[in-house]
Design a protein around this ligand. Structure first.
Ligand SMILES: [Zn+2]
Ligand SMILES: [Zn+2]
Length: 370
């Protein structure tokens, strides 16, 4: 195993947040500042590799958000926000605000800080290794924060020492099982634990969550704060540790996690199919076959159920379900270009979408179409 990179990395150079929201602290300002910049400049902030853009962004952060104009800011200004999933970086290295980044900023401006904290947790829930905001990690295919939050939920608390020395070396399900059994992981004990780079996940990432008032340290132990425990429960109570390591695609894992979190009403799918006369919503002439006496179609939630954690309205709603032929259904889950099919499905459900303030562009983002 390659000891150099095969551990949980932290993004960029410094914390994403260094105080409670609303405190105007330095790193909070930097993170809020970069989200505001990207929002103001519409979809893209330009090619982040180019110095002129970096200069412009550094100038903006310094003018509006009191940031120090230094080289570290120039290189790492966006990385924590990328790690939290509040911005996306596409193939051309353009940065854009994610729908959650936009929701976060809206809540922040209205001082709905509790909603902001839920969004941070929701976004960390999506964070994986490999991760585009960190150094390359070898052979890791896991959801670090699902593991952290589930461990905190099951054990009520975990030692801070465990976070900085052991947690970042977890690579597989067996490691977690061993911790649950023995409260230690023998394979991991042998790592060189004094190297400071192994501490970055704790100092930059976990401590950001402590500073934000999501987690708290009492003595030498880490806890979830009382205000956040209900939300953490909703997310992780019914999800198992083996849902936190993936061999399948992230989408497939998220679909199965969404099923465990939110009970669906199967009659809604039947209602939608009957409404659609058992024909594919993309095109009525799409051929399928007869099954149980009717044309075979499959129900699909247009706003994916995995998004439920971010919204207060119910996604398991007949107006959010369409009937698709098997080919179109595969296409929407697996195609490289989902825009045409999403344009169509958005129009079909436009009143449900608009009543709940979901734009077409939000839908593209949910399906990661650029
Ligand atoms: Zn589907
Ligand atoms: Zn079809």
């Amino acid at each position: 195993m390659d000891k150099k990179t095969n551990f949980w990395q932290a993004p960029g150079n410094g914390k994403g947040f260094d105080s409670f929201l609303g405190d105007n602290s330095k790193m909070n300002n930097r993170t809020i500042g970069i989200l505001s910049y990207i929002k103001e400049k519409s979809l893209t902030a330009g090619y982040v590799g180019e110095d002129e853009y970096k200069e412009e962004i550094v100038q903006y952060l310094s003018n509006n958000f009191n940031a120090d104009k230094n080289d570290s800011l120039k290189t790492h200004f966006y990385k924590p926000a990328l790690f939290y999933g509040f911005i996306h970086r596409n193939k051309n290295h353009d940065l854009s605000l994610s729908i959650e980044g936009n929701l976060f900023l809206n809540h922040y401006k209205k001082e709905n800080y509790k909603e902001c904290l839920k969004l941070v947790v929701n976004q960390l829930d999506n964070t994986t290794y490999p991760n585009s905001a960190t150094e390359k990690v070898k052979n890791l295919k896991l959801f670090p924060f699902r593991i952290l939050f589930k461990l905190l939920l099951e054990n009520k608390t975990i030692p801070v020492k465990f976070i900085s020395e052991n947690l970042v070396h977890i690579t597989e399900y067996e490691d977690v099982l061993e911790y649950e059994k023995n409260k230690s992981i023998s394979r991991i004990e042998s790592f060189e634990i004094n190297s400071t780079k192994f501490q970055k996940f704790n100092t930059w990432v976990v401590n950001s969550l402590v500073d934000l008032n999501i987690l708290e340290v009492i003595g030498t132990n880490l806890f979830v704060r009382d205000e956040m425990i209900e939300h953490i429960k909703v997310l992780y109570e019914k999800v198992n540790f083996n849902d936190m390591f993936f061999t399948a695609t992230v989408c497939e894992v998220n679909n199965s996690v969404a099923e465990k979190r939110v009970k669906r009403d199967p009659s809604l799918i039947n209602n939608a199919k009957t409404r659609d006369k058992f024909l594919c919503s993309v095109n009525h002439t799409h051929a399928t076959f007869i099954s149980k006496g009717v044309n075979y179609v499959e129900g699909h939630h247009v706003i994916p159920m995995f998004q439920q954690k971010n919204y207060n309205f119910k996604l398991d709603d007949v107006n959010n379900i369409v009937s698709l032929c098997p080919n179109c259904h595969r296409e929407i889950h697996s195609s490289d270009n989902k825009m045409d099919i999403l344009n169509k499905l958005y129009q079909l459900n436009i009143s449900f979408m608009q009543n709940n303030s979901i734009g077409l562009y939000d839908l593209y983002k949910m399906y990661q179409c650029g």
